[in-house]
Write a protein that binds this ligand. Structure first.
Ligand code: PLP
Length: 478
């Protein structure tokens, strides 16, 4: 049965949201208590502002497989999976073994380890890369890749897409979810800082383009002819729900980057080793010059990596000798003779713990054979949610790319950030608390999405869909 999209009674949505939030408070008094205490020591009571949400976040104690438990002992099937970190699931037994051995035998040497070589070789195989370097987070990976692109091209500006998130360093902390009144024309978006504390001079080096609008992108590149060092793009925009590239868009971005002499960087922090063995690069068949990885490659241990074409990555060199001609500017140094050398540094880069985790995850857990099952589960969850939406005429749609997906509570398909602004956040909140109170945990914001892991089961998917069905039934009951 398919009904026309209902205009759902706003009062009903509000009443369910209110009731479910009250129930959430009743079920989680220890989290509330810890939050009150946390607020006295941590801004917003959390370690990263993404962890903060109203009325307060759940504090967790344990997680295994697809399950997670909060401090009040409530059990949830985890569909958040740490903002998409855990395609391997929580504490995969293989990883747990490897880490136990590693913890007992030294976790940091700052001398290289064999696992670092094995992991670099595996990443090269998956992404068709020549060279790879490690960092400790996605933020570091995109920051370093951008510096390499600047060193390689000798240019200073970069281009990012409106609505894209690439971590919290100054170059990219702009136009993430800008307010309507500041965002400028849709074919030439303004560069809008997402935080105080960003130097204007820095922000001005970042040019913003609309996602899925190749015509606009070309005009913007033309306006900045000869100035753009890098185009950084998340192949699927996964920080405004799920916004896949329209057919041909990534191919055109590739062509334009080449035509305008910019290094094309795929931010595969969320997509890499999750959408496919070789990430979005393999899934969409478009090859960037550089790619950035983090999250899932470490199976829950902090890690980052970036890599790509040898010619570009080879600008990474040792720091100049003290007092040498080029010895003052670490960031982007042109050395005599016109060659450039770029610093890439970090005490914890390539540490034995992260490297061991990466090798275990990529060579023993997220192996070739797991991707068909991950995709099948992704389709099954999306189809199940879409059936519910159709049966009850909810204003929204379900969308996924492989194991990552969500319900977008907006009747029209979202193709870029400007469409996303119309999302029904009250309806989203009602569904978030309704599901959480019944043991289905999603990311605590409409801009994120579910991530399925190799430890989720069809029973987990069924439980999600049937709980979502109960929610839809109550929402639309006459
Ligand atoms: C696409 C993308 N790039 C970069 C980052 C930054 O990664 P991290 O939080 O590890 O610094 C994120 C984090 O969510 C991300 O989603």
């Amino acid at each position: 049965m398919t009904t026309a999209p209902a205009s759902i009674d706003r009062q009903r949505i509000g009443a369910i949201a209110q009731r479910e939030e009250a129930r959430y408070r009743e079920r989680t008094p220890r989290s509330a208590e810890l939050f009150e205490r946390a607020r006295r020591s941590l801004p917003l009571g959390v370690a990263s502002s993404f962890q903060a949400y109203e009325p307060y976040p759940l504090f967790m104690t344990d997680a295994r497989g697809s399950l997670i438990w909060d401090v009040d002992g409530n059990e949830y099937i985890d569909f958040d999976m740490a903002f998409g970190v855990l395609a391997a699931g929580h504490s995969h037994p293989i990883l747990a073994d490897v880490l136990a051995h590693r913890v007992a035998n030294g976790t940091c040497y700052t001398f290289p380890v064999e696992d670092g070589v094995l992991l670099a070789e595996e990443i090269k195989r998956r992404f068709g890369a020549d060279l790879v370097r490690f960092s400790n987070s996605g933020t570091e990976a995109t920051m370093d890749a951008i510096r390499v692109a600047r060193g390689f091209t000798g240019r200073e500006k970069i281009l990012k897409f409106e609505g894209g998130y690439h971590g919290h360093h100054d170059d990219v902390l702009v136009s993430i979810q800008p307010p309507r009144e500041l965002m400028g024309p849709d074919d030439a978006p303004a560069t809008v800082p997402a935080s105080a504390g960003l130097p204007r001079s820095r922000v001005d080096e970042t040019v913003v383009a609309p996602f899925n609008r190749p015509d606009a992108l070309e005009r913007i590149l033309e306006r900045h002819q000869g100035q753009i060092a890098a185009i950084i793009i998340e192949p699927v925009q996964f920080n405004i729900g799920v916004v896949p590239p329209l057919p041909g868009f990534l191919e055109r971005v590739r062509e334009l980057a080449t035509a305008y002499g910019a290094v094309l960087i795929f931010d595969e922090v969320k997509t890499g080793v999750v959408l496919a063995y070789g990430g979005a690069t393999e899934h969409y068949g478009v090859r960037p010059d550089l790619f950035c990885l983090a999250k899932s490659i470490g199976g829950g241990i902090p890690i980052g990596a970036f890599g790509g074409r040898g010619e570009v990555m080879s600008v990474i060199e040792r720091l100049p000798e003290p007092g040498s001609v080029a010895g003052t500017a670490l960031e982007h140094t042109t050395i005599p003779g016109g060659a450039t050398r770029v610093a890439h540094l970090g005490t914890f880069n390539g540490n034995p713990l992260s490297m061991a985790a990466g090798v275990a995850v990529l060579t023993r857990i997220l192996t070739h054979d797991v991707y068909p099952t991950l995709h099948a589960m992704g389709e099954s969850l999306t189809n199940g949610c879409q059936e519910v939406i159709d049966d009850f005429g909810l204003p929204g749609y379900a969308v996924n790319v492989g194991p990552k997906g969500c319900v977008m509570f907006t009747p029209a398909r979202v193709t870029n950030y400007r469409d996303f602004i119309g999302l029904d956040s009250e309806l989203w909140a009602a569904s978030f608390f309704y599901l959480a109170n019944r043991g289905i945990l999603l990311p605590p914001g409409p801009d994120d999405q579910w991530t399925l892991s190799v430890q989720h089961s069809p029973a987990d998917i069924d439980r999600y869909v049937s709980t979502f069905r109960d929610f839809a039934a109550e929402l639309t009951a006459t």
